[in-house]
Design a protein around this ligand. Structure first.
Ligand SMILES: NC(=O)c1ccc[n+]([C@@H]2O[C@H](COP(=O)([O-])OP(=O)(O)OC[C@H]3O[C@@H](n4cnc5c(N)ncnc54)[C@H](O)[C@@H]3O)[C@@H](O)[C@H]2O)c1
Length: 261
């Protein structure tokens, strides 16, 4: 087991750890010697991640909990004796143009993607301060800076996550806790898999990314694991864009006769 990152024997809580990115993060932290508290609202997914971690020789505890259930989160935080790393990855996307969105649909998405992150951050702050080297990593998205149409409050929620993380970095820095966000571009996970099953969408998406492929969850998990470690001790309040260069392609979409094709 590698200990280059110095994470051995630390403890983490990962939300959305039954899903694509959260599960990869839990696996990667575990491979670096971290005891992972695997949190998701889906009990089958929690069980699957926990057993996979044990099968790989790691150590994990599962919690079936909804990040919008404030009392449930408080209970989880109270039942864990220590926590060095908090990763907020539980999230969802729902369709809808803003002009057609009901207030309920708007609130429902923000409740999970933004308020859920906030509740987790607040409830685990005492543990992270006690740790002496606490680190939070929040999964945002490049849609925090590039509006993702027809996705309701999704972009708004992710923009909120980025600035929330920066505020936490400012407020908790003096207490020894770092807070960073990671903004993935296109990642193939259960959340997005249905798109990749349609026609040649998978190939077209790969071709749209300068590095030639959409991300795998491990691409994001590696960054999160680094940010969680003391190797990233001087990084706080940062948003790390991990999109294979996709967000740099805007100017190439402009028709300019004589420049390229
Ligand atoms: N897949 C992408 O292309 C992509 C890109 C950028 C950002 N993201 C973000 O990465 C994060 C992980 O996404 P993913 O692609 O792995 O999705 P996913 O659907 O595979 O995983 C999300 C997990 O979160 C859990 N979850 C959802 N709502 C919850 C709640 N209220 N309480 C507890 N758990 C809940 C789900 O059960 C699921 O296991 C999300 O925040 C998502 O917005 C994904």
């Amino acid at each position: 087991m590698s200990n280059w990152l110095g994470l051995s024997n630390r403890t983490a809580v990962v939300t959305g750890a039954g899903g694509g990115i959260g599960k990869a993060i839990a696996h990667e932290l575990s491979a670096n010697g971290v005891h992972c508290n695997v949190l998701d609202r889906d009990s089958d997914l929690v069980d699957a991640t926990v057993s996979e971690i044990f099968e790989s020789g790691g150590n994990a505890t599962g919690y079936v909990c909804d990040v919008t259930d404030e009392a449930g989160i408080t209970k989880v935080a109270a039942s864990i004796s220590s926590c060095d790393v908090l990763v907020n990855a539980a999230g969802l996307v729902r369709p809808g143009a803003l002009a057609d969105l009901t207030t309920g649909e708007w609130n429902d998405l923000l409740k999970v993607n933004l308020t859920g992150y906030f509740i987790m951050a607040r409830e685990f702050t005492p543990h992270l301060i006690s740790s002496g080297h606490g680190a939070m990593v929040h999964i945002a998205s490049i849609s925090s800076t590039n509006p993702q149409g027809s996705s309701g409050a999704y972009s708004v929620s992710k923009a909120g996550v980025v600035i929330m993380s920066k505020q936490l970095a400012y407020e908790l820095g003096p207490k020894g806790v770092r807070s960073n966000s990671v903004s993935p571009g296109l990642v193939r996970t259960p959340m997005t898999e249905a798109y990749y099953q349609v026609g040649d969408v998978a190939q077209r998406r790969d071709a749209a990314v300068p590095v030639g492929r959409v991300a795998r969850p491990i691409d994001i998990a590696d960054i999160v694991t680094f940010l969680a470690s003391d190797r990233a001790r001087y990084i706080t309040g940062a948003d790390i864009v991990a999109d294979g260069g996709f967000s740099q392609t805007l100017m190439s979409t402009v028709p300019r006769p004589g420049f390229g094709d």
